[in-house]
Design a protein around this ligand. Structure first.
Ligand SMILES: [Zn+2]
Length: 88
């Protein structure tokens, strides 16, 4: 049995497939704060809203988003909206 050098850290691939109760951001996959910890932090996770229609069927999906991604997506959507209004 060989000895690992000091400071050597191993991580198993299981971490990648970790099935945890913490939700992850749909965009950057960063961990979102569990509901209980949100009071201390103002870094509230947001939610995106995807809407698409397939024939007569309309589907809604709310992927979990971390605060920074939610803001980034919201700003992008707003900018596009403003651009389209200017062009119209
Ligand atoms: Zn994110």
């Amino acid at each position: 049995m060989s000895e690992l050098p000091e400071g050597f850290v191993t991580a198993s691939h299981i971490i990648l497939f970790e099935e945890s109760e913490t939700s992850r951001c749909d965009v950057c996959a960063s961990e979102l704060s569990p509901a209980g910890e949100m009071e201390e932090s103002h870094d509230l996770p947001g939610r995106g809203l995807l809407v698409w229609s397939r024939g007569a069927e309309r589907r809604y999906q709310e992927p979990p988003l971390c605060a920074s991604c939610a803001v980034a997506i919201g700003v992008t959507a707003l900018q596009r909206w403003e651009t389209e209004e200017d062009e119209g």
